[in-house]
Design a protein around this ligand. Structure first.
Ligand code: ADP
Ligand code: ZN
Length: 208
């Protein structure tokens, strides 16, 4: 099973992906997580990507496509992948089609987790993330990760100004992918403005 998760920043892609990993054993690839790790490790990729990420802009397609071409060939992807944060532009989507057809592994579905932008601003500005394990929580959960005890922090790009720019970038560059996948007959839309557990019931029913 190879799945693309579509949806605005903060729609809940990472939350649903984490559930799919723990319940279905799929391999989760989040370009945002890979890039944040690269920034933390001060790799060449991380140093190139940081300024774009801090501004809420997209990292250039070439960097992301090179990164993904390599990642998708790792052995842990053989049973299926859940792609979170990639593709984010039509150029990336076309590159993904090529990568997958070279591997002989077609895409099964593109799941759009649909949430109203105004709800998203509130969600993202109160979002917190664990420094150690990447778990996602909210400001109301306190400073300690429920999973590993690590420190919960606010991502640099989860401030209101950057969030609004990320939403604009989403509208302009990423939302055209909705039509792209509708055209390939792969699009499934799920109402993301509900409790994550309820959303997950729909996500699982699509995968059956
Ligand atoms: P979000 O919460 O916005 O979905 P992510 O964690 O997926 O955030 O990504 C954080 C940032 O990493 C993005 O704002 C962007 O700068 C960069 N990024 C992640 N994936 C991509 C991609 N496929 N193409 C370009 N930039 C990306
Ligand atoms: Zn943690």
């Amino acid at each position: 099973m190879n799945i693309v998760l579509l949806g605005a920043p903060g729609a809940g892609k990472g939350t649903q992906a984490a559930k799919l990993v723990s319940e279905e054993g799929l391999c989760h690839i989040s370009t945002g997580d890979i890039l944040r790790q690269a920034v933390k490790d001060q790799t060449e990729l991380g140093m190139k990507a940081k300024a774009f990420m801090d501004a809420g802009d997209l990292v250039p397609d070439e960097l992301i496509i090179d990164l993904m071409r390599e990642r998708i060939q790792q052995p842990d992807t053989a049973k299926g992948v859940i792609l979170d944060g990639f593709p984010r532009t039509t150029t990336q989507a076309v590159a993904l089609d090529t990568m997958l057809s070279e591997l002989g592994r077609p895409l099964d579905a593109a799941l759009l987790i649909d949430v109203d932008p105004e709800i998203i601003v509130g969600r993202l500005t109160s979002r917190r993330m664990c420094r150690e394990c990447g778990a996602i929580g909210t400001a109301a959960d306190g400073d300690t990760c429920k999973k590993c005890g690590g420190e919960m922090y606010q991502r640099d790009d989860d401030n209101e100004t950057t969030v609004r720019n990320r939403l604009e970038v989403y509208e302009k560059s990423t939302s055209p992918l909705i039509d792209y996948y509708r055209g390939c007959d792969l699009l499934v839309t799920i109402d993301g403005d509900r409790d994550p557990e309820v959303v997950f019931v729909d996500v699982k029913s699509v995968l059956k």
